[in-house]
Every structure is written in C-alpha cells, then in structure tokens.
Design a protein around this ligand. Structure first.
Ligand code: NFS
Ligand code: SF4
Length: 650
C-alpha cells in the first residue's frame, strides 16, 4: 500500500475532477484504489503484454525469447500469440452471451407465467422480432409468442446444422462473405467450445486459420448473443426512448438512501428502479430520516436503468471504488462482470453493505442474496428495506460527495432514431443517408468500451469524441465510453451542438438528434451493428457494411469483452481504432494480419493509436477513403467546381 505522502504528489489520474478529488479522499482514508495497485504492478510483464507467454499445457509454461524461439511442444510466437488472443475472444463472447441467455430464461419464465412481476413491456418489439424470425403472430396470445421466441433464441446457443438465424439481421452481402470465409457461427456455446478446443495444446497451429476461428466466435457474440440480449431486454423492459437524467458521483444524495446497482444484467436493477417508487418503501425511508430513495448505477447496469428509467449514473468502471469512498452509499448491489474484487476492502471502511446477487458470481466478504426471477419484486423490496435500515449507520462527518454532476440525454435505440429521422409519416433513415451522401455528415463512428488505469481516465473518450464531432462525424456510444462523455457534458444536446462542426450541427438541428447518441450498454453494441445495417439498407452508400464511411473505436478498453467486440466489428467490415494494443505484438505475423491483411479479407481491420487527436485524424482519413470509393466526394467537388465556373461565367 502506498503512503499518503506518495499519493498526494500524483498527477491527476483523470480529466474528471470528481475522480481526482475522490483520489484525495482515498489517500486520506488510506484506502487503496485501482490506480495504486496499477502502480505496484509496474513494470508489467513483457511476455504477457506481447502475448508470447504460453501456459496452455503443463510441459510449460513457455515463453518466446531471443534465445527460445519455440515452446517445448514446438509452438512458435505466431501460434502462441494467436491462441492466447482466441481464448480472450472466447471469454468475451461468453460473458455477453451468458448475459443474453439469462434474459432469454427470464422471457421463458414470463411466457410460462412464472416470471413474477416481469412482463412483456414492448409488445411491438416482441411481434416485430417474432415475425422477422418466421414465428407466427396472427391471432396468437403474446405469452405464446414470447414462449416460442424464447425457445427459438435458446436454440441459438447450442450447435445446429444451420448457421445462427440471427445472422440474417446482417446485410445479405455480409452474410455471403461470412459463408465464403467459413466463419458463420452455428451456435454461441459451440463457437466458444470450438475456440477452447482449437487452442488446446496440439490442435490448431496456423495463426491465419486460428484468427479466422476467432472472427467466427466473435460473430457469435455480436450478431447472436449480444443481439439476443438487447432484443430480449427491449421486449421485457421496454425499447429505450430519449430521456434526460444526470451523471457522476454528484448524483449521490446527502439526504436520500443511496443504492448503487453495479454490473451488467438489467433484470434485478430494473425491478429496483420500479420498487424505488413504491409508496410504502418511500414512507419507510422517511420514517428512518431520509428524504427518499436514490438508485444510481455504475458500469453497464447503469446504462440499462438509465436507458429505460432515466435513473442517474454514479459513474463508470473506474469509479466503483470511489463511489463507496463518498461514505454516502447505503448499499452496493453487484451481479456479473467488471465488478472489482477489491470492493469488500473499501466497503469494510464504511457502512456500505455489499450485496452479491448472481448465482455464478460471489465475492468474498460480500453478502450473497441470490436473485430469482420469480421473486424479483420481493428481492428488490427486501434489498431496498435493508438499505433504508442501513441509512442510520451513515456517518455524516465522513460523507464527501463530489459536487460534479452533469445533465445528459440518452435512450437512442434504432427504433427511436428511425422515428426521429422519419418524423410522423414514415420511419426512415433517409435524412441521415442524404446528409452523409451530400457530405454534411462525413461519417458515423461508434465509440465504446471501458476505462483503463493505463490511460488518463475518460480523457481519450472525451477528446476523441470532441474531435470527431468538430469534424462533422456523427458519434454513437455505449458503455463506459458513453458515461465518460456524459460526464464531460457531451450528451447534453446543447453542449454537443456547440462543439459540433457547422454542417453536422445543421443536420442535427434539422432532424432533432444530438451529435452524440447514447445507445446503451455494452451488449447494445448490437444496436450500433444494426444502425450501420439500417444505413446501408436505406441505400445510396454502397452494397456492403465495408463500403460505409464508418468506424469503431475503443480508446480506453480493458476487458476481454472489448476484444470480442473489436473482432466482431472487424468481421463486419468495420475499421476499429484501439487506444492501446492487443497482446499480440510478439508476433509480427498476427499483428500484420489484424492491422493490414484483414482489410482484404473482411474489409475491416484494427488500428492502434493512443493519442486521441491522431486517432481522430486516422479515423477521418479512413472515412474519407470510403467516401472517395463511393464516389460521393467527387460529386461534391464537382458541384463546387460548377459553382466556381458559374461565377467565372458571370
Ligand atoms: Ni463494456 Fe468494459 Fe464493463 Fe460495460 Fe464498462 S468496462 S467492455 S463498458 S461496464 S462492459
Ligand atoms: Fe509450452 Fe506448447 Fe505447452 Fe504452450 S502448449 S505451454 S508452448 S509446451
């Protein structure tokens, strides 16, 4: 543990002052945070960061060095690096997809009448989805349709002779390419198992073949598991619509009972959001001296309850420890993913109760209350009651809530964007396509992913976003990236409009969308895939996703999920900018394949650039290259030339 003195000299770890000020509180409380532990891990192992450490069998572990070019079994750097990468993709795809499966289970229980207080909230989304997949809806009961859809989705996890049905949501040209490349997944679970098998000692050794296998599994993540997670969440909890809320640690209240929901699955948190308005519970809170119940989120759970209930967000990934350090949190409820095992160390210094709720995730020194769908509402009420009871234990003298909080607008599903662009008469993406074609909007970029203490927190997200909108690029966001930009005010339409380039601003004003659109949690990157698909299908911008002037970026990523996401975007033909490299630098061949050759295979590729301004330049260069190839830049130049000619004639 570093001393207070050491820490008081550290430079700002974030561009967000709420974080920096809480770092001082951490120092004075002598609580270790992720940034302290990051320091004690320096220097980080080169074999690990370059991907050349293999421990896939017990002849090893082996590592590639100038002296040892091969592992004991004979695997070279290319094989080792590629195998390690594939296992990361498998883990990332598993996380998103298991989350998706949890939702399908809930849908199934609802259909069987065993779903407790859960219900079908968006009937239209249920019907549209069922119809798309050929499930009969005419004259049928909603629950019957839901039951068949749940079974249909559940079947997408196991192996089947047919490629996954949800791939049909992609443009036909893409589907054909995946077929040609033999990277169509035939089931989510089977794709993950296949990667584990292929990377077992002594199986698949050709790095090119391995990487293609990785793309296949990543498609099972993006176009299957995540797509199902988003769709079923919309059906159960409602398809998001634009709404206002607030973000950052300043949303925590001095007077109310603060409950933080942290993790990923929206099931329990959605019920908590509902229960927090229960009159009986509110009365109980008042009885205990609080003025109300404040549910705020951290990480992607935050995005889920924000998008559907307008619940405030306390912060993103690297703020989870800091939220507890405010001394104002009665309870933190966690489920799966991105939950730091350090949390009990922090909660034990305060009155905060840490509750772990997932059957598959337990934290030592946290109270385990395993959540069951059937009793969702009761669970939520019990948890809130417990939190209210804990309010009395808050030590007012130790409460230090940073003042920072910011307005935001979120809730941009494709369904909503369609509606907003199309106005009252016909839902359509046409106005956006026209704006891209005539150059007022240069392109569209999805900025997604985590925070990472390797990077000045939030800074790369914010600066990359600012630079892109300044250059008339529309930005779509999810996850911790969206929270970072929200904290910086970029999700308030007014502030973003002021920072956007002239032509982007005009378009946004005309159609009534802000220049930075918050599309949800990390599984909702599936919404970004569908937004790109919708733009392509609207017409005038080529025949395939890889023709579009679009890109993806994860400037501060850290998790295996982000790796899976990056790969499914690349497999979908998208240029993906990372803020720091994958663990592949130990193999020139793997590096070259992912950052150069891939463009000739899927039409997408990875690029790496830590400086957000340079990254923006590279992204814009890519967008302009695509625009040139589409011929839409010439069109514009010719028009300008014509005007000049006309003037000369006059
Ligand atoms: Ni996605 Fe990263 Fe976690 Fe969400 Fe945040 S850290 S990969 S954005 S909360 S999953
Ligand atoms: Fe070493 Fe090969 Fe075993 Fe890896 S699989 S640990 S390289 S012997």
């Amino acid at each position: 543990m570093s001393t207070v003195d050491e820490r008081s000299t550290v430079e700002a770890v974030s561009s967000d002052n709420a974080i920096n000020s809480m770092m001082e509180v951490a120092a004075s409380e002598e609580v270790t945070t992720v940034w302290d532990r990051y320091k004690t891990q320096q220097p980080q192992c080169k074999f690990g960061t370059t991907g050349v450490c293999c421990r896939l069998c017990h002849m090893g572990p082996c590592r590639i060095t100038p002296k040892a070019s091969h592992g004991i079994c004979g695997a070279d750097a290319d094989t080792i690096v590629a195998r390690n990468l594939l296992r990361e993709i498998a883990a990332g795809a598993s996380a998103h997809s298991d989350h998706g499966r949890m939702l399908v289970k809930t849908l199934k229980l609802v259909a069987e009448g065993k779903g407790g207080s859960y219900k079908i909230t968006d009937v239209k989304r249920l019907h549209d989805t069922a119809e798309f997949f050929g499930i009969e809806t005419e004259g049928r009961d909603d629950l019957e349709i839901a039951g068949e859809l749940a079974n249909f989705f559940m079947a997408q996890f196991a192996w089947s002779a047919e490629p996954n049905a949800t791939l049909k949501l992609a443009p036909e040209t893409r589907q054909a390419l995946w077929k040609k490349l033999e990277i169509e997944p035939h089931g989510v679970d089977s794709s993950v198992v296949e990667l584990m098998h292929r990377t077992h000692m002594g199986v698949d050794h050709d790095y090119r073949h391995l990487i293609k296998g990785g793309l296949k599994c990543s498609l099972a993540d993006g176009w299957v598991g995540s797509m199902i997670a988003t769709t079923v969440s919309d059906i159960l909890f409602g398809t998001p619509k634009p709404l206002r809320s607030r973000v950052n640690l300043g949303v925590l209240s001095e007077e109310k009972v603060n409950i933080i929901v942290h993790g990923h699955e929206p099931t329990l948190s959605d019920m908590l959001a509902v229960a927090s308005t229960d009159e009986k519970l509110l009365a109980y809170a008042r009885e205990k001296g609080a003025t109300g119940i404040n549910i705020a989120g951290i990480c992607c759970t935050a995005n889920e309850v924000l998008m559907r209930h307008g619940m405030p967000i306390a912060g993103n990934f690297l703020q989870q420890e800091l939220a507890i350090l405010t001394g104002a949190v009665e309870m933190m409820i966690v489920d799966v993913q991105c939950v730091m095992p350090s949390l009990p160390e922090v909660t034990k210094c305060f009155h905060t109760k840490l509750i772990s709720t997932s059957e598959i995730a337990q934290t030592f020194n946290a109270e385990q209350i395993t959540f069951e769908v059937e009793h969702g509402y009761q669970h939520a009420c019990d948890l809130i009651t417990k939190a209210i009871d804990n309010f009395a234990h808050r030590n007012k003298e130790r409460v230090r809530i940073p003042k920072e909080s910011m307005d935001l607008v979120a809730g941009f599903s494709n369904e909503t964007i369609y509606h907003m662009l199309g106005g009252r008469f016909r839902s359509t993406f046409r106005p956006l396509n026209d704006a891209i074609i005539d150059g007022r909007v240069r392109g569209v970029v999805g900025i997604v992913g985590c925070n990472n203490p390797k990077v000045k927190t939030d800074d790369a997200h914010v600066r990359l976003t600012q630079e892109l909108i300044k250059n008339n690029v529309l930005v779509l966001q999810t996850g911790c990236a969206a929270i970072a930009c929200a904290k910086a005010g970029l999700l308030t339409p007014e502030a973003a409009m002021a920072q956007a380039g002239d032509s982007l601003r005009e378009v946004c004003e005309a159609v009534g969308i802000p220049p930075v659109l918050h599309m949800g949690s990390c599984v909702d990157n599936s919404r970004i895939l569908m937004a790109a698909t919708n733009v392509l299908l609207e017409g005038g911008l080529g025949n395939d996703l890889s023709d579009l002037p679009v890109a993806g970026a994860a400037p501060e990523w850290m998790s295996e999920k982000a790796i899976a996401i990056g790969h499914y975007f690349v497999a979908s033909g998208v240029y993906v900018m990372l803020g720091h490299p994958l663990y592949i630098e130990g193999s020139e061949n793997v590096h070259r394949m992912l950052t150069e050759e891939m463009e000739g295979i899927t039409g997408g590729k990875f690029a790496v650039e830590p400086d957000p301004i340079k990254a923006a330049e590279m992204i814009i260069e890519h967008i302009e290259k695509k625009r040139d190839a589409l011929g839409i830049n010439q069109q514009r130049e010719r028009k300008l030339y014509d005007m000049k000619e006309r003037r000369e004639l006059e």
